[in-house]
Design a protein around this ligand. Sequence first.
Ligand SMILES: Nc1ncnc2c1ncn2[C@@H]1O[C@H](COP(=O)(O)OP(=O)(O)OP(=O)(O)O)[C@@H](O)[C@H]1O
Ligand SMILES: [Mg+2]
Length: 501
Amino acid sequence: MSTPFAVDLIDIWKRFPGVVANAGATLQVKQGSIHAVLGENGAGKSTLMNVLAGMYRPDSGEIRIGGSQFWFRSPSDALAAGIGMVHQEFKLVPSFTVAENVVLGSADRIIRRSSIESQVEALAKQFGLNIDPARPVWQLSMGERQRVEILKTLWRNAQILIMDEPTAVLTPGEAEELGSVLREMANTGRSVIFISHKLHEVKEFSDEATVLREGKTVAASLRVEDTDTSKLAGLMVGSSPVTTDRPPDREHGPSLLEVRGLEALDDRYLSAVRDFNLDVHSGEIVGIAGVSGNGQRELAQAIAGLRPVKSGTITINGDDLTHALPVERFRAGLGYVPEDRLGVGLAPRLSVIENAILRNYKQLRQGPLLVEEKMSTYCEDIVNKFGVRTGPLNEPIAGLSGGNLQRLLVGRELSGEPKVLVAAQPTRGLDVQGVKAIQDLLVAERAAGVAVLLISEDLDELLTLSDRLLVMHSGKIVGEFDPVNAERQDIGAAMAGGAQG
Ligand SMILES: Nc1ncnc2c1ncn2[C@@H]1O[C@H](COP(=O)(O)OP(=O)(O)OP(=O)(O)O)[C@@H](O)[C@H]1O
Ligand SMILES: [Mg+2]
């Protein structure tokens, strides 16, 4: 007899109002292996993982763990069966320390506070997770927060770790590190299932891959060694992959976004952006490259009015808006796509319609009242134009897949017909088609004369789309490059804080 699979999901069905998220999906994961789950936005990956982790009960289908059948009624049932999940959006208590977050809620182990830290530290060491157990979570980078989430599952002795798009929030260096942590877990006999849209990572990190399309498994347990990224991409979309071409050169108009001598602070009140000067012209895409955590986030937030400016000025379309409210900036022609979709960009408990009109409700008013019909038409336009896959529009957006949330957000911001668009990581977490759709939108905005500031961790994206490329390090611009002729090594050196372009 052969050894049973660590995880065996058989013919899983899961419906939500108006959507079939899983339509007979299967997944078989071997013990001690790293298994990638692939598929386009909305293919049903997160849903299937939530079924496995006990968050959702499937309408039908079978869950086998190590050969035995299970019915999970809650995540704690799944955890008892050895299954731990790290979600796309982290669930940590910001004011608690790393160690406190790790042990929080695991009532089965009562230990003295003083020894918690050293035990958490030992566990972290064992798997090569680099983290200080005494630091409060609010001070941590996204990569560090993720390590806390992983530690939480290890602390609870998970034998099967599920990670939903773990590298979407990581820098290339952090992603490498995660790869070796996952390998270490597999080496200790655990199984890792991870969702990713980045095919080169799938190739690099995983042993096997399963591809979902429209809720069904279209390729099961492919040996990653024997496949290549274009084959995987083809399986995901059911046709050959798409790429974005460099848009043709065009004349720039007047400068629409001017930043002069900007200083902005981070959440620890340290200066995150310093001596920052920037001009973005009408019809121009200026790209900002850099390792995340070098002030990009704070720069975008300062321009959007979500972070106070310590000194310097921000001018949008000729108006000094340095200290203006976000809504005043929106009216002055600023569109803003934040990197933190569910924190800043969208309100999870509000409906698709409410989220769609959040910025632009003034237009839809008649006297003091919002006109319901206008609201839903406005929302439908966005949903259709930007290809948002959603159930009923009056349901909360919490159920939308990551990629569909992003489309809704970008759609909303572009519907305000901005003159200046600040886009922070706009294609993060999107599938191949989704990336292309958003990139095409940015190029179209440029052609329409919008001044676009594109902040991205994807160097290929920046090199393809930008008219000028700036590199940020320690809150400053440390290099400016011509994307057509620049050498990657030179850009990389600037990102590391080295040579000037
Ligand atoms: N709780 C929910 N309520 C309603 N609809 C949902 C819910 N969860 C998922 N859906 C819908 O089910 C479909 C599959 O979503 P899922 O989140 O599983 O996709 P995904 O493959 O993880 O996509 P992405 O790559 O964008 O994260 C989508 O159409 C989504 O809108
Ligand atoms: Mg998902």
